[in-house]
Design a protein around this ligand. Structure first.
Ligand SMILES: *Cc1c(COP(=O)(O)O)cnc(C)c1O
Length: 491
């Protein structure tokens, strides 16, 4: 497009009327007005004014309010998106994150003026080490996948410090999709391990795969089928005996927090997803936090700086880490998210965190058992915080999991994760979390049972869904590649 050509006007522009404004500016005082050309080179100046809509404040307010109502989030409905832990984010933690003493800090302030913030970070490092059973924690990584990459970089540095060049990372086929991706990004070859019939790591396959090339095993636990690896101690032994290290994808810690610790299971590195387990707002690519915890043998390689407590009980940055893999994020990670996680841990306390996991597991099992008469459950037995069902029975009537997910929209629910994990046909991965009431769980279950009935007796209802949303079925690939960002709002 050349500079004089205007893009097609979005519909908010239809409401524009020349001369309408949403604010009134005071007249200029005595500051002399310089010609624009004196401030900005002529070549950079617009030739014509920007084509902005001219509107009253009330029109602008209604426009953005209408858009916000089309957004779906945990604050307006049940959001059982498996693996994403879309639990409710208590508003208390938002208030705390907005306290001026935390929200208005600058990372370049002298450390004597930010002692409280450093103490908060230090305490959070200690809390997360205690929760995971690790010896040291870095708060820098900005997401789960970033924590994985950071952990693998440390594993690489560890092997290299011993003069070893191991090339492979073993990844079960029930792992989260970021695991093989992080292994590749850290320069390793990801080797897939097949699960056994129960959906767990097959020990014989593991024994056959480990060897002198094994840098690490990356284990998602509970795995993406919502199952706890029962033989985790044997798994850890097999990998350690081959000289490999053990990486624990702890993004699903909502199932085990306060009950079991990766460090006690023999793992050397773990990441947590604070934006999932510790209830900070996430989704839409917002800021996350994926701290990594390590055992002593990896501590020298942690990203620098850590936050240290000095003998006089003041706090400082610990930059003196000659073997560190370096920084993985400017400053100290996503500070606002770390504050919310700190508040979460403080407000629940140790007992409360354990109760969170117990209720998350209870809710998932309640839902799983009430849905099992109507849907195929590929793996039997108790699940952890989430479970995977298969839409294979409904597929026989010509209704796919995709259609059932769309039908849920008509009832005001965000659909669960679909077609993941890949190892279950027509999979639907449901994670209710602990923050929902029994009434909400029942309403969702009843809706799912109704959809299963419709699939059999009135399939067109499911195939035509959604009918209650602003748009119905989109070409999702096209919508992602070429989004139409203007909108026609009816208000
Ligand atoms: C969400 C998740 C990840 C990735 O976390 P991001 O913050 O999205 O990068 C990794 N592993 C598991 C098991 C997850 O659920």
């Amino acid at each position: 497009m050349n500079a004089n050509e205007q893009p097609a006007p979005p519909l908010i522009f239809d409401r524009s009327r020349p001369g309408r404004i949403a604010c009134s500016l005071p007249a200029c005082d005595d500051v002399p007005e310089l010609p624009l050309e004196d401030c900005i080179p002529a070549s950079l100046l617009r030739k014509a004014p920007a084509a902005l809509p001219e509107l009253y404040e009330v029109d602008v307010t209604r426009h953005y309010t209408a858009l916000s109502r089309r957004n779906f989030g945990v604050d307006n409905g049940f959001y059982p998106l498996g693996s994403c832990t879309m639990k409710y984010n208590p508003k208390l933690h938002e208030d705390i994150a907005r306290l001026p003493g935390l929200a208005s800090l600058h990372p370049y302030q002298p450390k004597s003026t930010v002692q409280g913030a450093l103490e908060l970070l230090y305490t959070l490092q200690c809390d997360l080490a205690a929760i995971t059973g690790m010896d040291a924690v870095s708060l820098q990584p900005a997401a789960g996948a970033h924590g994985e990459w950071t952990g693998l970089r440390m594993i690489r540095a560890y092997h290299e410090s011993r003069g070893e060049r191991r090339t492979q990372v073993l990844v079960p086929d029930s792992s989260h999709g970021t695991n093989p991706a992080s292994a590749a990004a850290a320069g390793y070859t990801a080797v897939t391990l097949k699960s056994d019939a129960r959906g767990l790591v097959d020990l014989d396959a593991l024994r056959a795969a480990v060897g002198p090339d094994t840098a690490a095993l990356m284990l998602t636990n509970p795995n993406t089928l919502g199952l706890f690896e029962e033989q985790i101690v044997e798994i850890a032994d097999i990998v350690h005996q081959a000289g490999g290290l053990l990486y624990y994808d702890g993004a699903n810690a909502n199932a085990i927090m306060g009950i079991a610790r990766p460090g006690d299971m023999g793992f050397d590195v773990v990441h947590l997803n604070l934006h999932k387990t510790m209830s900070t707002p996430h989704g839409g690519g917002g800021p996350g936090s994926g701290p990594v915890g390590v055992k002593r043998l990896l501590e020298p390689f942690l990203p620098a700086p850590l936050i240290a407590r000095l003998p006089d009980d003041s706090f400082d940055y610990d930059h003196d880490r000659p073997l560190s893999i370096g920084r993985v994020k400017p400053f100290h990670g996503n500070f606002g998210i770390l504050v919310r996680a700190y508040a979460y841990i403080r407000s629940y306390g140790a007992e409360g965190l354990r109760r969170v996991s117990e209720c998350a597991v209870l809710n998932a099992n309640y839902m799983r058992s009430r849905l099992s008469p109507a849907f195929h459950m590929p793996y039997s037995g108790i699940c952890k915080h989430e479970f995977v069902l298969s839409g294979s029975r409904q597929k026989a009537y010509g209704v796919r999991t995709f259609d059932m997910a769309k039908r849920l929209l008509d009832f005001g629910f965000h659909p669960p994760t679909v077609y993941f994990p890949l190892i279950v046909e027509e999979s639907m991965m449901i994670e209710p979390t602990e923050t929902e009431s029994k009434e909400t769980l029942d309403r969702f279950i009843d809706t799912m049972l109704q959809i299963a009935w419709e699939a059999e007796h009135a399939p067109e209802k499911v195939l035509e869904a959604p009918t209650s949303t602003v748009v119905s079925r989109l070409d999702e690939t096209l919508a992602a590649r070429k989004p139409i960002l203007n909108c026609s709002c009816d208000y």
